[in-house]
Design a protein around this ligand. Structure first.
Ligand SMILES: *Cc1c(COP(=O)(O)O)cnc(C)c1O
Length: 485
């Protein structure tokens, strides 16, 4: 329903003529419902929605968010406000600009935006029973767990469901602790550059100093070693052993995502697996970002022939429609929770709508073999990016990735940010924020077409040519300026 049609010109005029702060909470909820019910908005209404959103962020969410976005500075000082998905691989803002999504919500939109199979399943479940009674057994949770057990490598047969990647990591850490407590092993090894979430437990495994510093002391017993360096890990294990400190688990992303798409040497994960077996530590693989087909296999660990003891999934698991996470472990490990399943629980984890979304998502991933699509189209895109990197070595240090998890590493943060902004202006959404753009991630929906890959490459080429001519210009100016002194 149109905003105007629903409430008449009077309500629209009312909200257009009054600052939003003077709306009562009842009026502002009515206004929001009007927007939600609207399929199309007039340009006046779109302008209003734009203004309300920017003011809302500035005054009630966090003005800091406005500063860091390329969508703020690039379009002449406005922040782009999203309005709707326009196809599996594109979205539109409130000004009618369309973007090819090469950010993919940092990996959540693997089956595309509003994938009809996922939306339909969630819609059906929404009308049947959106959330569970908390007492009777909920069928979709059982069906999803069974499906994931069949999909996950090896003996990973038992699932705990949560609502976010952070929760899946939190559950994995707690499960490892419960399992290892009788063995007197309480410590964890994680890696530098790792990202596992920001709750106090998950943050203890996350490495980035700025996220950790204000929250010290974190959970004790976490040690960080260099990612990809098995000798560093062995040295840390020996150092802990010398102090009588047992390692409960080693936690890793098979490929570091937030850390800038860092691929380990091919023999790294098998070596970590062997080390875990040697010292009786559990291997937790955080595939929150790399899982569900992203890297060209259903799970990235399959590239390396390694089976973890605990596997963490989230992001794409809900098909870009519902938030859901899973922590999957073998019976040997998970059975420590059999006596008391209430030792670790969450009200909304594994709810019927989320499970419906995950089941439909897995159906689409398998039906369309999106993992293989990611491998094939990912290789095409990456090869194009690597050619660009070769042509513009003064701008780009490296283009790397696996499947549709890719990154362009620039020579410096400013160049990366300028690249991300220019791409945005040209209608391609890539990662890269003001203070974190040296490595720009490219994580499109796995449904991105070859034609769209080609279009993206053409935009990349244009932007790099432009930036490169600017760099030459700047260095000439700098030289001439320095000659004046
Ligand atoms: C995003 C991410 C998380 C955190 O997931 P949230 O859903 O944001 O809580 C954890 N681990 C990895 C590897 C991630 O990429």
């Amino acid at each position: 329903m149109f905003l105007g049609a629903l409430c008449g010109a009077t309500f629209l005029e009312l909200i257009l003529n009054r600052s939003n702060q003077s709306l009562t909470p009842l009026e502002s909820t009515q206004q929001a419902l009007d927007f939600i019910h609207s399929d199309y908005l007039t340009s006046e209404q779109l302008a209003l929605l734009n203004e309300l959103t920017i003011n809302g962020f500035r005054q009630h969410i966090n003005p800091g968010f406005l500063e860091y976005r390329k969508s703020v500075t690039s379009g002449g000082g406005y922040a782009a406000v999203e309005w709707r998905a326009t196809s599996l691989n594109t979205l539109a803002d409130t000004r009618g600009n369309e973007y090819i999504d090469c950010l993919g919500g940092y990996g959540i939109f693997s089956v595309g935006h509003c994938n009809p199979t996922v939306v339909d399943a969630v819609e059906q479940q929404l009308h049947k029973q959106p959330l569970h009674s908390q007492e009777l057994l909920d069928p979709l949770r059982a069906l999803l767990a069974q499906t994931l057990a069949g999909l996950a490598p090896g003996e990973l047969n038992y699932c705990f469901f949560g609502n976010s990647g952070t929760e899946s990591v939190e559950a994995a850490l707690k499960l490892a602790k419960v399992y290892q407590a009788p063995n007197g092993k309480f410590s964890f090894i994680a890696t530098n550059g790792a990202f596992h979430g920001k709750s106090l437990g998950a943050l203890s495994a996350t490495a980035k100093p700025v996220f950790r510093e204000p929250f010290q002391p974190l959970v004790p017993g976490f040690h960080h070693v260099d990612f990809g360096d098995i000798d560093d890990m062995r040295a840390k294990v020996a150092e802990c052993a010398a102090r009588g400190e047992g390692i409960a688990a080693i936690i890793l992303e098979p490929i570091q995502g937030e850390g800038g798409v860092i691929l380990p040497p091919d023999d790294y994960l098998p070596a970590v697996r062997a080390l875990c077996d040697e010292i009786g530590a559990l291997l937790i693989l955080d595939e929150v970002q790399t899982g569900m087909g992203r890297t060209g296999k259903m799970f990235a660990c399959e590239h390396y022939g390694v089976e973890p003891d605990i596997l963490c999934l989230a992001k794409a698991l809900g098909g870009g429609v519902m938030p859901i996470s899973a922590t999957i472990a073998s019976k040997r490990i998970f059975s420590v929770l059999f006596d008391n399943p209430f030792l670790h629980t969450t009200t909304f984890g594994g709810n019927p709508m989320a499970c419906a979304a995950a089941l439909a998502t897995i159906n689409v991933l398998l039906r369309d073999d999106l993992a293989q699509q990611a491998e094939i189209k990912g290789e095409f895109l990456l090869r194009g990016l690597q050619e660009c990197a070769k042509r513009y070595p003064q701008l780009i240090a490296e283009a790397r990735g696996m499947g549709f998890l890719q990154a362009l590493e620039f020579r410096d943060n400013e160049t990366g940010y300028a690249f991300a902004s220019e791409m945005f202006r040209r209608g391609v959404l890539v990662a890269g924020t003001l203070n974190n753009a040296r490595t720009v991630r490219i994580e499109p929906p796995l449904t991105l077409t070859l034609e769209q890959c080609q279009q993206v490459l053409e935009h990349v080429e244009h932007v790099l040519a432009k930036l490169s001519s600017m760099v030459e210009h700047v260095s000439v100016t700098e030289t001439s300026t320095s000659m004046l002194h």
